[in-house]
Design a protein around this ligand. Structure first.
Ligand code: BDR
Ligand code: CA
Length: 315
């Protein structure tokens, strides 16, 4: 464990799996979570902002500020995923009315100000949803790009291709123009695509382990998973749902659980059938510059051991 916690900002569209990622970060002393910025994605912005407030309350961390960001992609109408996450985005457990509300400041202003207020190389962005807030910040304040230590995103797919269309993963598909801006920004970047998250399935035994923790967080996580796994089980006929977004936080905590390649990744912006596809040069067949560490595999048992052990630390 490093003695100085890594300063991170979590950009997110909760979403049950976003919620678990936020909980994992808040349970981990390796991080100082400077803020949670919300974006429209799984559900519209008012709900993702509300959900971020609920999740910090669940973690007993109402002090972590939440900032609401962009309510629509850069250049397209918003596509949401209630068919996966339910009408609230956090369907499953019984939630309370949030006791906290987002800050007045816009998420994009918070991102820009925070990066400028820190030394270069201090801030890591963890992105769990469409990249609209990050791209808007980079377009408005290009000076922040070289100051960002790292950007770790859940997004994209190559061998697994798509989950929202046959060719595209949801976070990239919702705002492909934003993803293209981020990939071109020169920020050290790690991508956790569906190729990884589809290897991190919440089997019955893994979900029972969350439930058996005996704390409120464990119960909520198990009940959220019970809800969203019905969709993936039906779709993929798999043992359980992939837990996408926590892989971002887990990669930062324990990169030895993952393997991948430094490659070039481009975003398809104008495909007839493939808009939002992450065209990943996994086999190195072009000389396009490498712009991402594209993760391909995970030790799923190790990942779930880490997650379960950390969730046990929360209320
Ligand atoms: C991604 O899309 C969302 O539905 C999930 O929260 C995750 O971030 C997976 O494609
Ligand atoms: Ca998400």
């Amino acid at each position: 464990m490093t003695s100085t916690p890594r300063k991170i900002i979590i950009d997110t569209d909760p979403g049950q799996d976003d919620a678990v990622a936020i909980l994992l970060a808040l349970a981990s002393p390796e991080f100082e979570v400077l803020g949670i910025t919300t974006v429209a994605g799984n559900v519209p912005l008012p709900l993702t902002s509300r959900n971020a407030c609920l999740v910090r309350e669940l973690a007993g961390r109402p002090d972590v500020p939440v900032f609401a960001g962009c309510d629509a992609p850069l250049a397209r109408p918003l596509v949401t995923a209630e068919h996966v996450h339910g009408k609230t985005g956090l369907d499953g457990p019984e939630w309370w009315e949030p006791e906290t509300a987002p800050e007045a400041q816009h998420a994009v202003d918070f991102l820009i100000e925070t990066v400028r207020a820190h030394e270069p190389g201090e801030i890591t962005f963890c992105t769990l949803g469409p990249l609209t807030n990050i791209a808007t910040a980079l377009q408005r304040a290009p000076d922040i790009a070289p100051r960002i230590r790292q950007l770790v995103m859940m997004g994209g797919a190559y061998f697994e291709v798509g989950n929202i269309t046959p060719a595209a993963e949801f976070n990239i598909f919702v705002d492909p123009e934003a993803a293209a801006v981020v990939l071109a920004a020169g920020i050290p970047l790690t991508m956790l695509p569906l190729d990884v998250t589809h290897k991190a399935l919440v089997t019955r035994a893994r979900n029972d382990a969350f439930r058996a923790l005996g704390n409120r967080t464990g119960r909520h996580v198990a009940e959220m998973t019970d809800f969203f796994e019905r969709f993936d089980k039906e779709k993929y006929g798999s043992d359980g749902a992939p837990l996408h977004d926590p892989t971002v936080i887990a990669w930062l905590l324990a990169p030895e659980l993952f393997s991948g390649r430094e490659i070039n990744v481009e975003i398809e912006l104008a495909g007839t059938w493939t808009t939002g596809m992450t065209v990943a040069d996994w086999w190195g067949v072009t000389d396009r510059p490498k712009n991402a560490l594209f993760i391909g595999d995970v030790d799923a048992d190790g990942f779930f051991r880490l997650l379960t052990e950390r969730l046990a630390r929360l209320p």
